[in-house]
Design a protein around this ligand. Structure first.
Ligand SMILES: [Ca+2]
Ligand SMILES: [Ca+2]
Ligand SMILES: [Ca+2]
Length: 122
């Protein structure tokens, strides 16, 4: 029974990859940025909305994020340290990045600043 459920999940997962990528799915939301634990939008996922300009709550992805999709219409400043400190990475509106490594920003984001709130309107 359990094995059957796992096989079903794998089928759903592979089918969704064929239709729309995780980044594309996230870009449909418009009021948030999504981080993934690994490159290419893989592993654990965390959505962070622009309910306030500053967000510090990456949870389990603190210092772990390796790819992102900014679905919002706001530019977002990502910071390597808490409270908007450290090295900054600028995520353009409606953009995604499958790998932070070439930006010197892998596994380090801890806080972020939405430049526009609300962020879901152009
Ligand atoms: Ca990572
Ligand atoms: Ca990159
Ligand atoms: Ca960090």
């Amino acid at each position: 029974m359990k094995k059957l459920a796992v096989a079903g999940l794998a089928l759903v997962a592979s089918f969704s990859v064929l239709t729309v990528s995780p980044a594309e799915a996230s870009l449909a939301s418009r009021d948030l940025i999504t981080f993934w634990e690994h490159d290419d939008y893989q592993g654990a996922r965390k959505d962070i909305t622009c309910s306030t300009h500053q967000r510090d709550d990456l949870g389990a992805l603190e210092n772990q994020a390796s790819s992102m999709a900014n679905a919002s219409y706001s530019g977002i400043d990502l910071y390597s340290g808490d409270n908007l400190t450290g090295v900054r990475y600028y995520a353009k509106p409606r953009s995604n990045d499958s790998d932070f490594t070439n930006n010197g920003f892998d596994n380090t984001v801890e806080s972020l600043w939405f430049r526009e709130v609300p962020c879901d309107v152009a």
